[in-house]
Design a binder for this molecule. Sequence first.
Ligand SMILES: Nc1ncnc2c1ncn2[C@@H]1O[C@H](COP(=O)(O)OP(=O)(O)OP(=O)(O)O)[C@@H](O)[C@H]1O
Ligand SMILES: [Mg+2]
Length: 315
Amino acid sequence: MKIAIVVDKTLDKHKKKMLKAIQESLDGIHEHKVIPFDENFMKEIRKFDLAFNVATGGGKEARQLHVASVLDLIGIPYTGSPPITHALCIDKSVTKAIVKQEGLDTPNYFVVKPGEGVPREHGLKYPLIVKLSRQGSSRGLRKESIAHDYYELVRNVEWAFENYKEPVLVEEYIDGMELTIAFLEDENGTNVLPPMEIDFSRLPERIEKFFSDRVKNSGEYDQYIDYYVPARLEKAFLKGVEETSRKAFKVLELRGYGRIDMRIKNGRYYILEVNSLPMLVPDYSNIPMIVEKTGGTYKGMILTIVNAARRRFDL
Ligand SMILES: Nc1ncnc2c1ncn2[C@@H]1O[C@H](COP(=O)(O)OP(=O)(O)OP(=O)(O)O)[C@@H](O)[C@H]1O
Ligand SMILES: [Mg+2]
């Protein structure tokens, strides 16, 4: 097949590494070419049988929606989830409403939009975490994002509006084990991989025990974070995590691959968010990490994603 690897117009070092790894995985199996999502995209893409879509940027609001929407419009098959799924997952408050409706647990929450005040009576239990509902990669998350009282909550929401001008999601902070769960679609359907536990307990005492921006992205704290696949949970809980994840993937209609972030407390599985177009950077992104820790290879993962798209589009 002729595969276009669709990428953002500009690539940081992680995205460059991901692109190289995808190219190497397809080498000798499928013809492939890198196609940036730019002004020529509509014309260029028509020369290909399938788009391997890893473009997540561009635009002001819709980010991962763009490429899948354009491909859907012009009828070119593509890897991963359809635009409707990206639309549901790009805003954490929308995702939460849907999984909640399905009977799954997600931390209690409310949303504050720019220009609105923060309700004093909200029925949530402190501590609360203040997040940007439409950001990813821990952007806007600081140690101070945890509010212990109304005063801290208001200060946090104001800080978020000053810096982002986007809806703010306020939710109960779940002080429990953090997990991330990957799925890859194979010929038997949704293959939920064993959950990966992220253990923050070795971080220095003054550092927050969650993926704030600095903990996740500065590189300074990587040495203190431990990853376990499968998570150190009893069998019954592993099963519970898998079933919860499977239901969430299904109700959001994720395709090909995806990832859920979750925290567990008192035997309940709290869905934090669902990533419909997670990055696939070798040795860095969570899905490739989980694949390799469970005996798979990066190349095998890429071909599985391609094959899922071929089945979906009858190629
Ligand atoms: N309700 C919560 N309780 C405890 N920790 C939380 C909660 N919400 C978020 N966190 C912490 O903040 C991190 C980032 O939050 P979340 O996954 O919702 O946003 P994100 O920035 O979109 O993540 P990603 O980097 O995966 O795109 C989580 O991995 C977790 O460590
Ligand atoms: Mg996350």
